[in-house]
Design a protein around this ligand. Structure first.
Ligand code: HEM
Length: 228
């Protein structure tokens, strides 16, 4: 039987010499993704306002992208291609290089509960940048899945005739539209928490810009990720 791994131990074999915490493809794709998401959210609000789902909810002009519905739609379609292609690249990279397995798994329920408790008491520490805590792992997995769902529900409401089987997954067109809206709400909620946490621990922001610490400091040294 294979020996069990500790939470902080990388899962994907030996660490290549000199590899950084956030290799350049991850950084480039992350920031393209962040901009594309903001375009999708702002333009989505513009399209929504043309025909609202909830009568009480309208988005003010100042936070919408596009001065009227048709213009917002153009922004939405432009952002869609960037998000879908860049997102696909990120998914393939995460799976092929083993990054998802290494960074996002496993998630220990006990650690999740403990981290939630500490966060609620504002005890937020992120001493070792190379290891995501259980809450971060869950949030990243949720937002990655939400991004995939947005593309699926987006396709369903963009071409409901051609993708009628996708529409059927959500009962009907309005169901797919509601799911698309709820996916946006999940991503906006994630973004709020994500940006607040990044600003509270600015070292993480710097690492996402510059690559962060090297994971292998040469012969005789353990990767930083195992030093906890
Ligand atoms: C909706 C847009 C965004 C999404 C979907 C997103 C998603 C993610 C994901 C999935 C990761 C993990 C990446 C990996 O290790 O492979 C990550 C990391 C990170 N993101 Fe974002 N992000 C977004 C926007 C932002 C923004 C606007 C900022 C700037 C404040 C930011 C700052 C960071 C930082 C600093 C990390 C590294 C966290 C750490 O090392 O603890 N992200 N993001």
């Amino acid at each position: 039987m294979a020996p069990s791994r500790s939470v902080s131990e990388p899962a994907a074999g030996p660490v290549p010499r000199g590899r950084r915490l956030h290799p350049w493809p991850v950084r480039i794709m992350h920031w393209i993704n962040a901009v594309a998401m903001l375009v999708m959210i702002g333009s989505g609000w513009g399209i929504y306002d043309d025909s609202v789902i909830f009568g009480f909810l309208h988005f003010p002009k100042s936070i919408r992208l596009g001065s009227w519905g048709a213009e917002s739609l153009l922004w939405h379609f432009a952002g869609m291609w960037v998000l879908a292609l860049n997102g696909l690249g990120y998914l393939i990279y995460g799976v092929v290089t083993g990054r998802f397995r290494e960074k996002l798994l496993p998630i220990a329920v006990s650690e999740l509960i403990q981290t939630v408790r500490e966060t609620l008491r504002f005890k937020i520490t992120h001493d070792d940048l190379t290891v995501y805590n259980a809450v971060q792992k869950v949030l990243y997995i949720v937002v990655i899945l939400a991004g995939v769902m947005q593309v699926v529900t987006g396709l369903a409401i963009w071409k409901p005739v051609q993708f009628s089987s996708l529409v059927a997954l959500f009962s009907d067109f309005q169901g797919a539209r509601l799911a698309h809206f709820l996916g946006m709400a999940v991503i906006v909620g994630f973004l709020f928490v994500h940006v607040v946490l990044a600003l509270l621990v600015p070292r993480t922001l710097w690492a996402m810009l510059t690559g962060g610490p090297r994971l292998d400091r040469g012969p005789g040294h353990a990767p930083v990720g195992e030093s906890r």
